[in-house]
Design a binder for this molecule. Structure first.
Ligand code: FE2
Length: 288
């Protein structure tokens, strides 16, 4: 029960055209021709009608995250159990549902005030996905990818997200700055190693990064070189992570938060054991 996948993200972006250009020309996302009823420019990575919405505005950060549940019954069970825990929100309005194209939804705020949309009935696209760079994204039951967000209080956020249906994958002690270590928490809600990770530290943006996974190492390396060709800053060069085994690089999007682009993430199996790591990478991921 509970949520099954990251369905979509809504980003407030001051330069929508620049963000779109990087998303399509470097990362192979496909632009949706029509704007959403609430004025967002949208991007696809699969046969879902959209997965990333870009809302013009100056925040340059995440505005909302949509997590999918199976059906109306699952949504009712989840919102009932949240209410019992004292977590209440609001059913999404007809206008909200039309803007997202979903059949139903309920919006709650996470402990740091981020809008979390619990939705069912994701909209299917009318045409097959066509990547401008021939990228094929790993989505399906694993959802869009993962997001890594800043939180004020890790325990408080872990409790909240576990109530939504997440389980802990593992932790990494990360050296944020000399003498400043932070314990990153990674959470899963499907076989993807993590759909959400929490940074309990005062990093500049709520959204540290959005991760998209593709099915080919060539696609990652091609994007790595294309980013540099187009002057997109590489925040972390190619490397392989210790916990999810993802081979990836990080680029700074025109909104200031990063996009991790990777291949080969391992899956959570039945006998998963929570581990602690003291490094984020086996090799690479060198900062710029
Ligand atoms: Fe990541």
């Amino acid at each position: 029960m509970g949520i099954q996948q990251l369905a979509y993200v809504g980003l407030g972006v001051s330069d929508v055209a620049a963000w779109c250009r990087t998303a399509t020309e470097v990362f192979g996302m496909e632009g949706v021709e029509a704007r959403s009823p609430d004025g967002a420019t949208r991007l696809r990575v699969d046969d879902t009608a959209w997965r990333v919405a870009l809302h013009p505005g100056g925040v340059d950060d995440v505005l909302y995250a949509g997590f999918a549940v199976a059906d109306p019954g699952a949504l009712k069970k989840l919102t009932d159990s949240l209410a019992k825990a004292g977590i209440t929100g609001q059913a999404m309005s007809a206008a909200d549902l039309a803007a997202r194209g979903v059949a139903g939804g309920y919006r709650v705020k996470d402990p740091d005030g981020l809008d979390i949309e619990l939705v069912h009935g994701l909209p299917a696209a009318r045409s097959a996905f066509h990547s401008p760079t021939a990228a094929a994204f790993v989505t399906g039951s694993q959802g869009l990818g993962h997001i890594v967000v800043r939180v004020a209080d890790a325990e408080r956020s872990l409790t909240f997200y576990q109530r939504l249906g997440f389980s802990i994958s593992d932790y990494i002690d990360f050296q944020l700055a000399p003498g400043m270590s932070v314990k990153l928490a990674f959470l899963h809600c499907n076989p993807r190693h993590h759909t959400l990770a929490l940074i309990p530290a005062p990093v500049p943006k709520r959204l540290n990064h959005l991760m998209l996974e593709v099915d080919s190492i060539d696609t990652v390396v091609k994007a790595y070189y294309q980013a540099q060709k187009q002057g997109v800053p590489i925040v972390r060069h190619l490397g392989r992570h210790t916990n999810d085994h993802m081979l990836s690089f990080y680029a700074q999007t025109p909104a200031g938060f990063d996009l991790e682009y990777g291949f080969g993430g391992r899956s959570i199996g039945k006998d998963w054991k929570v581990a602690h790591y003291d490094a984020i990478s086996f090799w690479g991921h060198e900062p710029q």
